[in-house]
Design a binder for this molecule. Structure first.
Ligand code: ACO
Length: 455
């Protein structure tokens, strides 16, 4: 007869006639004939509850196998909500559309970390702190000058942010709230400065120091673009576009780079090192590198007249329509709608160009083609961001750096949530070992240098 147990190991309660049973999963192991009742909480079972399911006394218990975490929740989070089927993105409950229209990036950065919008006093103090920590140590300039001018800017950013940890050794005291506060302020304040210095290094231009009278986005543009003028005046359309793109990219729950930050941070390393790990993950072409790929695709197409042939090629499998499709959004990416309007505004300010014509034609044709409709492939956030950055004259390789500046806010909020979550421990996935069984060592080399054994 089959045993019936709760996930905790006790006998299952017969709830017939005793009110509604708590939600649970009833499973039967065909290897043993035993049945188990595994509680379902918040739509999930605990993978650890599977451990009790054993085929015999030597079995260490059932594992769940989930390469790439396709269906595994690794944390409880209150930060970002996504409903991919309905095209919904909310930070701390606030719809992304409302934040993009009405909030400032620093307000959103505060919201992500603290859970609620700041009061005026909190906001003023936060803006003041960030503004007055934008300078980097003078040694940092020498450090950046050590990079080759044509190194990829993401590679420079990743190393530079990791190096910040060497300037602030006290940051490793991560359970001291004051140390966490100052690290968060420093990272949000200094990443744009480092990014701008990298841009100037790539161009062979002198570094421009932060201007404390400017807003976060204006100051960034000033450090990037200021030449001999005593006071930088940015194009207001560009400043607003940067501010909105920073808000749209500030967080996106448990994506590859955020998981990297949480995973590395779970070893209790300092936040500079954890954020550097996030930058490394974002650098990859399957993640933050997609906006760069969209621009390269548009350059390759070269003419709006070639768009139909390009789309036909994609349908036959010769490549992908970059900037289309998303793992989570199976209807329109809500960020893409906002970015499309923004691209219209930026283009109205600089004039229509051939790249945008190609993008509009790609979108027009793809959105009425059954191949894309049936697969629920819609433009994602990266389809138009590259065009905006290009209109603002940023080099293509720099696009992901702009993404990283914004995502720093989300990474830090997620890092701190992980750190203060009592359920979290050092991240340590399991594996299914599929290699050789034990075998004796027998060298196949003719000559081996062996360190002599000590007497
Ligand atoms: N162009 C053409 N066909 C596509 C595309 C595309 N962009 N995306 C998916 N498909 C097709 C696939 O070939 C597949 O077709 P099939 O069922 O006939 O085999 C089907 O749609 C499903 O594709 P998957 O690869 O299974 O979808 P997945 O969810 O794994 O991939 C991804 C999502 C990686 C974003 C994919 O859509 C893609 O490669 N897009 C282009 C790259 C891109 O824009 N990435 C940016 C994402 S946004 C971000 O990271 C900020």
């Amino acid at each position: 007869m089959a045993d019936t147990m709760t996930a905790g190991g006790g006998p299952a309660t017969d709830v017939a006639g005793g009110g509604a049973a708590p939600p649970a999963l009833e499973v039967r192991d065909t290897r043993t004939g035993k049945s188990y009742t595994i509680p379902i909480v918040d739509g999930a079972i605990r993978a650890n509850d599977l451990k009790q399911i054993k085929s015999g006394p030597d079995d260490q218990g059932l594992l769940s196998y989930d390469p790439a975490f396709l269906n595994t929740a690794a944390c409880r989070s209150k930060i970002t909500f996504i409903d991919g089927d309905r095209g919904i993105l909310r930070y701390r409950g606030y719809p992304i559309e409302q934040l993009a229209e009405k909030a400032s990036f620093l307000e959103v950065a505060w919201l992500l970390r603290h859970g609620d919008l700041p009061t005026q006093t909190e906001y003023d103090a936060w803006v003041h702190e960030v503004t007055y920590h934008t300078y980097v140590h003078e040694n940092f300039k020498k450090f950046l000058e050590g990079f080759r001018y044509d190194a990829h800017p993401m590679s420079m950013l990743c190393s530079a942010v990791a190096a910040l940890s060497s300037f602030y050794p006290a940051a490793k005291d991560i359970f001291d709230p004051l140390q966490r506060d100052i690290s968060v302020i420093r990272l949000i304040a200094k990443v744009p400065t480092i990014a701008a210095f990298i841009y100037r290094h790539m161009k062979g231009l002198p570094f421009v120091y932060p201007d404390n009278e400017l807003s976060y986005s204006e100051n960034f543009l000033s450090m990037v673009a200021r030449m001999s003028q005593p006071k930088y005046k940015s194009n207001p359309t560009f400043t607003r576009a940067i501010e909105i793109l920073f808000i749209l990219h500030a967080d996106h729950e448990q994506n590859c780079s955020t998981s990297a930050v949480r995973s590395v941070g779970s070893s209790q390393v300092d936040p500079y090192s954890a954020v550097a790990a996030g930058i490394a993950a974002l650098y990859g072409p399957l993640h933050g590198g997609a906006n760069e790929a969209v621009l390269r695709m548009i350059e390759e197409i070269g003419d709006p007249k070639r768009v139909p042939a390009f789309i036909e090629g994609v349908k036959k499998g010769s490549g992908r329509l970059m900037g289309f499709g998303h793992r989570v959004y199976k209807s329109y990416d809500p960020r893409a709608k906002i970015v499309k309007h923004l691209a219209d505004e930026v283009v109205a300010s600089v004039g229509m160009d051939r790249d945008l014509e190609i993008a509009l034609e790609l979108e027009r044709i793809a959105l009425q083609d059954d191949y894309f409709i049936s697969r629920k492939l819609y433009p994602n956030v990266d389809f138009y961001t590259g065009l905006i950055y290009r209109s603002m004259k940023f080099p293509t390789s720099f696009f992901t750096v702009l993404f990283a500046i914004a995502r720093t806010a989300g990474w830090l909020a997620q890092w701190e949530e992980m750190l203060l979550d009592k359920e979290q421990k050092i991240a340590r996935p399991r594996q299914l070992y599929v290699g050789s069984a034990e075998r004796p060592y027998a060298s196949t080399l003719a000559k081996v240098i062996v360190t002599p054994a000590r007497n």
